[in-house]
Each structure stands twice: as structure tokens, then as C-alpha cells.
Design a protein around this ligand. Structure first.
Ligand code: PMP
Length: 355
């Protein structure tokens, strides 16, 4: 049976990415070797990482003065690398969920952290709006898409300090004004590649201004200088990332991805909003188009398991909500076809008719 993959991450990848990766596992770039067994310094792999960097720059229209890095350690490693490299005295953070608060925890190891706002009071169901970022902060850190709670900031705030963003779960789903940022980072395992690599876009002029010594591996300058080849990079995920980037370009780039993503989210949110049984969990204006969180209304709460069973029987995978929210979470990453969203909406309608 055809599966409809709504996992939050690792998550669905395009068939183009999967087929080309499978082929490279058998025979990489005509070398007669598997991508799993070639040197990262071979000319064939160097060409891969160079092209991947180039395509990230092209797709996100990254201005001069920025470097694109492919690092290990996951997005979680960036929670400490960012303050290690950028926090001199004080940084501003906004607490919009689990990943944001993990980032805050690490930053506190390096200096003063001003948490300018938090939505913890309502289980992170909204994005705080009225807050002031101190003008003397080294940077303002925010999580563009809160994967667990299903809220998203789909614009680049205008502030008087440089931005730093965790875009792990919505990178490549909208155009970004990179010039406002000192650092953008994103774990690959949602809109890009299998887990194991993290994209870091860093403004070179933002580096070298902290006084503390930085361990070599955690110093962005090391990786900038060595083109992400200071140590052995995650070769296979980078190969897969290149395939996804090529696929995005072929489909018309980021604006084309955004149109598809918006259409998918609209379809599902409309079904939720017109339903007598299901309800969205977050403030409508802060809804994520990547992770759609919804629950059964209290009077139908006992039917949750039955709906999951129906969904499973239709080939729907991965819609059980995160334990901090409950209910359901449908992740609609770039590679998910709109047909899968239609299958989910049909299952919801069928379930409603039955009850
Ligand atoms: N930030 C966000 C927004 C996430 O969704 C996640 C989970 N994938 C992380 C950070 C942590 O990522 P990793 O597991 O790659 O460290």
C-alpha cells in the first residue's frame, strides 16, 4: 500500500533524492565505488560539497560575505556554537518552545541572556508579539518554526540587532532576507536530507569579536577556512542534500516550494476549521505551514485511537502528536505531495460521517 509520510523528522524526502542516493550507494559518480566508501577529499566528493554550497547560496539568494557550512552535531550543537562564537556580553532570545528553550539554556553558559518574551504560559500555542530587544544585545535568537507546537514566524523581523535563527524545520519553505542575519542554522532531517548534517549560514564579518578562546571544532572560523573539510564531514547526508537542492531548483526554487507548501497547509487547516470533531491547537495567525497540530474536541476525545487506526489503514504514517501537545501532528514538509494531504483530509471526513 502507498504510504503517506507525515513524520516530523527524520521525514519524507523526494523520490529524486532517495533514488539518486540509492544509486550513489551502488556506484558514485561513475567511480565504481559506493558513496559510503569514498574519501571526502576525492575530487568527486569535493565537487558535491562545492555544488551543494553553491546551490544553497543560489536558492536562498545569499549575499556576498556569507559562508555556507555543512557540519555534524545536529541543530542542537548550534545551540552552543552560536553563543560560543557570537555572545560577548548579552544576547536576546525568545522562548517559543522546546528547541528555543534548549538554545536559551546553552546560551546562559556564555553570558547574559535576556529572554524578551515567552509563550510557555499557554503551552507555546502562540508567538509573542510585543517585546523589546535591548539595543546592546549582540544578537536576537529565534526559532522560525516550532516543530513540536506547530507555530511559525514566516518573516524576518526588523530589529536593531543582528538576527540568529534556528530554521531547522522550515528552511527552504520561504524566501529569507539573509542580510538581516549573522547566523542561520538548520538540521537537515526535515526539508533537506537524512539526519547527520546541519547547514550553517554564517556572516563572516560577525566572527572574531568574542574574547573567549573557542575550541577548534566549535569555532566557525575553522570550518569557514577549511570549507567544511576541517574534519570528515557527513558525506552521505551532504550527497543527499545536493540531490534535494537540485530538485528544488528544478521545481522552480524557493518561491515554487512556498506556493506548494501554502496550498497543502490551507487544505488541511480548512478541513480542521470546518470540522465538528477536530480542532487546531494554536493561535490561527501563528499557525505553522510545516507542522499542523490538531486534537479531537473534548466531546470526541475518546475517539482519538480509533481515528489513528483508520488513518493507519489508509497508509497514513506519523500523525501521532508529540507527547507535549497530544492529539495529532501532520508534518507537511516540501517533499510531501498534496495528494497525501488529500488522503488525510478524506480520512477525517470519512471519520466524521461515521460518527
Ligand atoms: N531545532 C528544531 C526547530 C528542531 O525541530 C529540532 C529537532 N529536529 C532541533 C532543533 C534539534 O535538532 P537535532 O536533533 O538535529 O539536534
Amino acid at each position: 500500500m502507498k504510504k503517506h509520510n507525515f513524520y516530523a523528522g527524520p521525514s519524507i524526502l523526494s523520490q529524486y533524492t532517495i533514488n539518486n542516493t540509492a544509486e550513489a550507494i551502488r556506484n558514485f559518480a561513475g567511480t565504481g565505488l559506493s558513496i559510503l566508501e569514498v574519501s571526502h577529499r576525492s575530487k568527486e566528493f569535493t565537487a558535491v560539497i562545492d555544488e551543494a554550497q553553491q546551490l544553497v547560496k543560489e536558492l536562498l539568494e545569499i549575499p556576498e560575505g556569507y559562508q555556507v557550512l555543512f557540519l555534524g552535531g545536529g541543530a542542537s550543537m548550534q545551540f552552543c556554537m552560536v553563543p560560543f562564537n557570537l555572545l560577548n556580553k548579552k544576547a536576546a532570545y525568545i522562548d517559543t518552545g522546546t528547541w528555543a528553550s534548549n538554545a536559551i539554556k546553552e546560551a546562559k553558559l556564555f553570558g547574559e541572556v535576556d529572554v524578551v518574551a515567552s509563550s510557555a504560559d499557554k503551552n507555546y500555542t502562540y508567538i509573542p508579539k510585543n517585546y523589546t530587544v535591548p539595543a546592546d544585545a549582540d544578537y536576537f535568537h529565534f526559532t522560525t518554526n516550532n516543530t513540536i507546537y506547530g507555530t511559525e514566524t514566516r518573516h524576518d523581523p526588523d530589529l536593531n540587532v543582528p538576527l540568529v535563527a534556528d530554521m531547522s524545520s522550515d528552511i527552504f519553505s520561504r524566501p529569507v532576507d539573509v542580510s538581516k542575519y549573522d547566523v542561520i542554522y538548520a538540521g537537515a532531517q526535515k526539508n533537506l536530507a537524512p539526519s547527520g548534517v546541519t547547514i550553517v549560514i554564517v556572516k563572516e564579518s560577525a566572527l572574531g569579536h568574542v574574547e573567549r578562546p573557542i575550541p577548534t571544532m566549535l569555532d566557525y572560523r575553522t570550518h569557514v577556512k577549511k570549507g567544511s573539510m576541517f574534519n570528515t564531514p557527513p558525506v552521505l547526508p551532504i550527497y543527499s542534500a545536493l540531490q534535494t537542492l537540485k530538485y528544488y531548483k528544478e521545481l522552480g526554487g524557493i518561491r515554487a516550494m512556498e506556493r506548494l507548501d501554502l496550498a497543502k497547509a490551507e487544505l488541511l487547516y480548512e478541513a480542521i476549521d470546518s470540522s465538528k470533531m477536530f480542532a487546531g491547537t494554536v493561535n490561527p495567525e501563528d499557525r505553522s505551514i510545516m507542522n499542523v497540530c490538531f486534537v479531537m474536541k473534548p466531546e470526541y476525545a475518546e475517539l482519538e485511537k480509533e481515528f489513528l487506526e483508520l488513518a493507519t489503514s489508509k497508509g497514513i504514517v506519523g500523525i501521532k502528536g508529540h507527547r507535549s501537545v497530544g492529539g495529532f501532528r501532520a508534518s507537511l514538509y516540501n517533499a510531501l505531495p498534496i495528494e497525501s494531504v488529500k488522503v488525510l483530509v478524506d480520512a477525517m471526513n470519512e471519520f466524521e460521517k461515521k460518527h
